[in-house]
Design a protein around this ligand. Structure first.
Ligand SMILES: [Zn+2]
Ligand SMILES: [Zn+2]
Length: 146
């Protein structure tokens, strides 16, 4: 459909179709996202109902904290998405924006954990910049206990 966006992992085993794709992306500069991606995790926030995934048998999941998991391609290792797993958490996919075939119309809305961003990893602005403390203060109570 005309309103769908397509993406895939490096080897193509995982194919992703997003309907009503957002045009804004968000970046996380936390230490886990930095290690997982090599730079920062830049994501499209996609409700579960708007995403279709082929190749799920190739997808591997890493439980990176008590409340979240990170999915990657078991063949090529591409970072795929971050999802919250805590009970009651939104069922959104935080889909790695770099998977998309055409990311050219995406704009950066928010950078979180901005106080952890290495100086060399600056993105084009403007984006709302949020520190770790400010971001954690926005979360529901259970996550703040960690
Ligand atoms: Zn792959
Ligand atoms: Zn992060």
């Amino acid at each position: 459909m005309a309103n769908d966006s397509h993406g895939q992992c490096l080897c193509g085993a995982v194919q992703i179709t997003v309907s009503h794709p957002p045009h804004e992306v968000n970046a996380c500069h936390c230490g886990m996202c930095r290690r997982w991606t090599g730079v920062a995790l830049v994501t499209l926030d996609v409700p579960e109902a708007n995403i279709r995934i082929e190749g799920l048998d190739t997808v591997r999941r890493y439980t990176s904290s008590d409340w979240a998991e990170r999915a990657f391609c078991g063949t090529c290792g591409s970072s795929l998405w971050y999802r919250l797993t805590a009970p009651g958490a939104p069922d959104d996919y935080y889909l790695a924006a770099g998977l998309m075939d055409d990311p050219s119309d995406l704009t950066l809305a928010n950078e979180i954990y901005i106080d952890h961003r290495p100086p060399a990893f600056a993105f084009a602005g403007p984006a709302k910049q949020i520190t770790e403390a400010a971001f954690l203060a926005m979360l529901p109570a259970p996550a703040q206990e960690e």
